[in-house]
Design a binder for this molecule. Structure first.
Ligand SMILES: Nc1ncnc2c1ncn2[C@@H]1O[C@H](COP(=O)(O)OP(=O)(O)OP(=O)(O)O)[C@@H](O)[C@H]1O
Ligand code: SF4
Ligand SMILES: [Mg+2]
Length: 315
């Protein structure tokens, strides 16, 4: 069953003193089933964070529909959306910004329970202890302030906050990008462990394709505000179809296969989202570009039951 269903989502940012718009999301349609991790990849500026922010209602959508558990949420008044915040949580890249520097960790961790009126004080203390256990921290940190914790510990506190009320959906926007390799691997294991315990879904946004491969069930590839390919992790990593997906993966493989023949990586500048090109948005950089690519945007083509691609090569 789908937990979240997004239909033709658009987010355009107006540019001051101009009629032009930044088309950050230009028609995203995507389902997130229950207990599923959807990895979102694509170059900087393709709209990954904006997509997460629309789902969390941190920004208003320009058009389209977002349905969470049968309730349309994209156009709900913010006061009516508030009750869904408990169910749609987020972990951002930088935990320093997410935690109040003037509060001790204990107070920070009490907040989600107090806000949602979840238990008396004794009960909350027990819940905090169990939360800390879940994110592999010991209770000696409760008396410290955020600046007295390492980056990895801080991100674990941010994760603890996000799972306090066992939400069905957590948006992870580059949650490991400020951490070293060891901490990244530990947190990926932690996310997987949390999902197996509480049965939630993740939207996992990352530039780290190894982490995406480790954690995701489904992978979505975005380019200039649109999805260009979507499939199971195996589809995307073993049999990618779109030339852009192949180029993204090439950068990962080239790093690993030193000495072997290099797969050509993507070159050229990404076009401006203010002035989107005619035809396929990728045509100016595509090694397999054809005449038709400059004239019309490709239709969706299924390559397997859950694997689809937007590319004229398969039309
Ligand atoms: N508040 C805003 N006002 C104007 N343009 C914005 C705003 N927020 C984002 N954008 C633009 O929308 C596009 C998508 O940005 P977004 O942050 O979603 O990309 P991203 O895929 O998350 O990139 P990164 O990988 O660098 O985090 C970019 O062109 C960005 O400049
Ligand atoms: S539609 Fe054409 S330009 Fe776009 S990715 Fe496919 S082959 Fe390349
Ligand atoms: Mg981003």
């Amino acid at each position: 069953m789908n937990l979240l269903s997004i239909k033709n989502l658009k987010k355009y940012f107006p540019i001051k003193n101009s009629k032009l718009m930044v088309k950050a999301l230009d028609g995203i349609t995507l389902d997130v089933p229950e207990n599923t991790t959807v990895g979102i990849v694509g170059e900087s500026g393709c709209g990954k964070t904006t997509l997460g922010r629309c789902i969390l209602r941190l920004t208003d959508v320009t058009d389209g529909i977002i349905t969470f558990k049968d309730q349309e949420i994209a156009h709900l008044k913010l006061k009516d959306f508030r009750k869904y915040r408990k169910s749609i949580q987020v972990v951002f890249q930088n935990p320093h910004n997410a935690l109040n520097p003037r509060m001790k960790i204990k107070k920070i961790l009490q907040e989600p329970f107090l806000i949602w009126n979840n238990g008396d004080n004794l009960d909350i203390d027990l819940k905090i202890k169990s939360l800390l256990k879940r994110v592999h921290l010991d209770s000696t940190i409760l008396d410290r302030y955020p600046h007295q914790l390492s980056g990895g510990q801080l991100q674990r506190i941010a994760i603890a906050l996000s799972i306090a009320n066992e939400p069905p959906l957590i948006v992870l926007d580059e949650p490991t990008s400020s951490l070293d390799v060891e901490n990244t691997a530990d947190l990926i294991d932690l996310f997987i462990d949390i999902k197996s315990r509480i049965g939630n879904s993740y939207i996992f946004i990352s530039h780290d394709l190894h982490a995406v491969q480790d954690i995701s069930d489904t992978v979505v590839v975005m380019y200039l505000g649109r999805i260009v390919e979507k499939g199971s992790k195996e589809d995307i990593f073993n049999t990618p179809k779109h030339p852009y997906t192949k180029a993204l993966l090439a950068s990962m493989l080239n790093l690993e296969d030193e000495g072997k023949t290099k797969i050509p990586e993507i070159t050229g500048e990404i076009p401006s989202p203010i002035n989107l090109p005619e035809g396929c948005y990728f045509h100016s950089r595509c090694p397999q570009v054809m005449n038709i690519c400059q004239k019309s945007y490709p239709q969706l083509v299924y390559s397997g039951s859950d694997h689809y691609v937007y590319c004229h090569l398969y039309g």
